[in-house]
Design a protein around this ligand. Structure first.
Ligand SMILES: *[C@@H]1O[C@H](CO)[C@@H](O)[C@H](O)[C@H]1NC(C)=O
Ligand SMILES: *[C@@H]1O[C@H](CO)[C@@H](O)[C@H](O)[C@H]1NC(C)=O
Length: 451
C-alpha cells in the first residue's frame, strides 16, 4: 500500500468520524421500516402538539429543544397553572386515533388542562413492529426532553398516558429523567409482544413513576398479563372485552377498549370500580369474588392504591357499572365467569392473530389493514434487545395482492439471511391498503378510518 493510499484512507476515516460526531443521525431502513441507531433530540420525526382551553380543537405544534430559550413552549398555549397530560400513541397509529382524541376532549370538557400529544407515527408504521419497539428508546429520550422543558416552565404536575407501545415507551421517558420522578404514568393495555422477557429497564414498571396505574383489556394477545403498575386493573378479566365478539377483530376491539374505558372514566358518574384480587392465579381458580375493598379505576384512581383489581363493565357505552355494592349496578356477587377465550371451543385467536400467534396489522387500530408481512418476534435472531444491534430481518417485504411492485430488498450485509416470504390468506374486507411503491422512501401511511 502506498503512502498516498494510507493518507487517503486516514482522511476518509477522519471525515467519517467528524460527520458522526457533529450530527449523529444513524438509521437504517428496510422498506418502510426505520431503525434508529443513533439520533439526537429534537428529532423532526417526533412532533409535539398541544391542545388547551384556548385551543381545544386546533392543535398547536410546539418545538422542544435542549433549553427553554431554544424551544417555543412558552409561546404556545401551555399554562403552567394547569395540569399537563402527555398522551402517547402506540404502534401503527398516530395521535388522531379516535379514542385518544376523545381522551383529550373529555379532559377539556372536565376542566383546564394542557394536553400534549406525542406524534411518533413516522417511526412506528405498520408493518414495522420490531423496529417500532426498537425506536421506543429514542422516542422516550425525546419525550423526556419535553418533560424537562415543562419542568422549566415551573410546574411538575405531569401525567403521562401511554397506549400499548406508548405505555412501554413511557419507561424510557422515566429512565432518561435523572433527577425527576414523573408523578403518574397510566398504561393503557401495555403492549406485550417482545416485552415478555424484557427486564424492568426495558418495560413499564412501578419504578418509572411515583404512581403507575394500568388497565388491562387484551392481555396475552396484545397487552400483557403480568402486573406492571402499582395498581393493575383487569377489565372483565383483562383478556377479552364483552361486546367485542361480534367485531371483525375481537382482539383489536378489546385492545382499543383500554383508552375507551379511560376516556369514559374522566367524567363518568358511576365510575369503574374494582375489587381486590390477590393474584391472577387466584382469579383463574375462581377465588376472587367481589369484596368490599373497592377502588376506582381510570382518571380518578385513588393515588397510592396498590394491588390487582377486577372490574366488570357493560358491553357497550356507557361501559361503567359503578360499585357492585350499588343495588342498581347489576353486578353479581360471585366471581364473574372466566373470560371467554378459556371457555370458547373455537378460539377467535385463530382468525385474528397472525401466523406468529401474536400480532396482527390491526394491533392498534381495529378495522385497520392487515400486515402485508409480519416480523417474527420470537425467532432465534429477532433483533430487539440484542446487544449486537439489529441482526436479521426475517421476512421479505411481500404482499400477496396487487399492491404494486415489491420494494427492492436491501442487503444490509452478508450476515443477513433471507427466508422465503410467507403468504397468508387475508380477510377480504380490507379497508385501507398500504401503498407499496418501488421506492421504499415514498411509502405512504394509509389514512385511518376512525379519526
Ligand atoms: C436524520 O435523517 C433522516 C433521513 O435522512 C431525517 O428524516 C431526519 O430528520 C434526520 N434527523 C436529524 C435529527 O437530523
Ligand atoms: C414552534 O416552532 C415550530 C417549528 O419551528 C412551529 O411549527 C410552531 O408553529 C411554533 N409554535 C409556536 C406556538 O410558536
Amino acid at each position: 500500500m502506498t503512502v498516498r493510499k494510507i493518507l487517503l484512507l486516514a482522511f476518509i476515516f477522519v471525515l467519517l468520524g467528524l460527520s458522526s460526531s457533529q450530527a449523529p443521525n444513524r438509521t437504517f431502513s428496510v422498506g418502510p421500516c426505520t431503525w434508529i441507531i443513533e439520533r439526537q433530540c429534537p428529532d423532526n420525526d417526533i412532533q409535539f402538539y398541544i391542545f388547551s382551553p384556548e385551543n381545544p380543537m386546533d392543535r398547536q405544534n410546539i418545538h422542544i429543544d435542549k433549553t427553554l430559550e431554544k424551544s417555543n413552549l412558552s409561546y404556545s398555549t401551555f399554562n403552567p397553572h394547569h395540569p399537563t397530560k402527555i398522551i402517547i400513541h402506540g404502534y401503527n397509529s398516530d395521535m388522531f386515533l379516535g379514542s385518544l382524541i376523545n381522551i383529550k376532549n373529555e379532559y377539556l370538557q372536565k376542566g383546564e388542562y394542557n394536553i400534549i400529544f406525542v406524534d411518533w407515527s413516522v417511526l412506528t408504521p405498520g408493518p414495522c413492529y420490531v423496529s417500532a419497539v426498537h425506536n421506543t428508546k429514542h422516542v422516550g429520550a425525546c419525550v423526556a426532553q419535553l418533560v424537562e422543558r415543562i419542568l422549566d416552565m415551573g410546574t411538575d404536575n405531569i401525567h403521562i398516558i401511554g397506549f400499548s407501545l406508548g405505555a412501554q415507551l413511557s419507561n424510557y421517558v422515566a429512565t432518561n429523567l435523572k433527577d425527576f420522578k414523573i408523578p403518574r404514568i397510566t398504561g393503557l393495555d401495555p403492549a406485550m409482544p417482545l416485552y415478555i422477557t424484557a427486564g424492568i429497564a426495558d418495560k413499564l414498571d412501578p419504578t418509572d413513576a411515583e404512581f403507575v396505574d394500568v388497565l388491562h383489556t387484551n392481555a396475552l394477545v396484545q397487552g400483557k398479563l403480568e402486573n406492571c403498575g402499582h395498581v393493575d386493573f383487569y377489565m372483565n378479566g383483562g383478556i377479552m372485552q364483552p361486546g367485542c365478539y361480534s367485531e371483525s377483530n375481537p382482539f383489536g376491539c378489546s385492545h382499543q377498549r383500554a383508552p375507551t374505558y379511560f376516556m369514559e372514566s374522566i367524567r363518568s358518574y358511576k365510575g369503574f370500580w374494582g375489587w381486590a384480587c390477590s393474584s391472577y392465579l387466584n382469579y383463574l381458580l375462581g377465588l376472587c369474588p367481589p369484596t368490599n375493598y373497592l377502588v376506582e379505576a381510570g382518571e380518578n384512581v385513588r393515588p397510592k392504591t396498590k394491588g390487582m383489581f377486577l372490574i366488570q363493565t357493560n358491553d357497550a357505552f356507557p361501559f361503567a357499572k359503578g360499585k357492585w355494592t350499588d343495588i342498581s349496578a347489576e353486578i353479581s356477587n360471585t366471581q364473574p365467569p372466566l373470560t371467554q377465550p378459556f371457555r370458547r371451543a373455537q378460539s377467535p385467536l385463530l382468525n385474528a392473530v397472525d401466523e406468529w400467534g401474536k400480532l396482527d396489522g390491526s394491533f392498534n387500530n381495529k378495522d385497520h389493514f392487515p400486515t402485508p408481512y409480519s416480523q417474527d418476534p420470537y425467532g432465534a435472531n429477532w433483533p430487539y434487545f440484542n446487544e449486537n444491534g439489529p441482526q436479521e430481518i426475517t421476512q421479505d417485504l411481500r404482499s400477496d395482492e396487487d399492491d404494486g411492485p415489491l420494494p427492492p430488498r436491501r442487503p444490509i450485509n452478508s450476515k443477513f439471511k433471507s427466508k422465503p416470504a410467507r403468504t397468508r390468506k387475508r380477510p377480504s374486507n380490507r379497508i385501507n391498503k398500504p401503498v407499496w411503491r418501488s421506492n421504499p422512501s415514498s411509502f405512504s401511511l394509509p389514512v385511518y378510518n376512525d379519526h
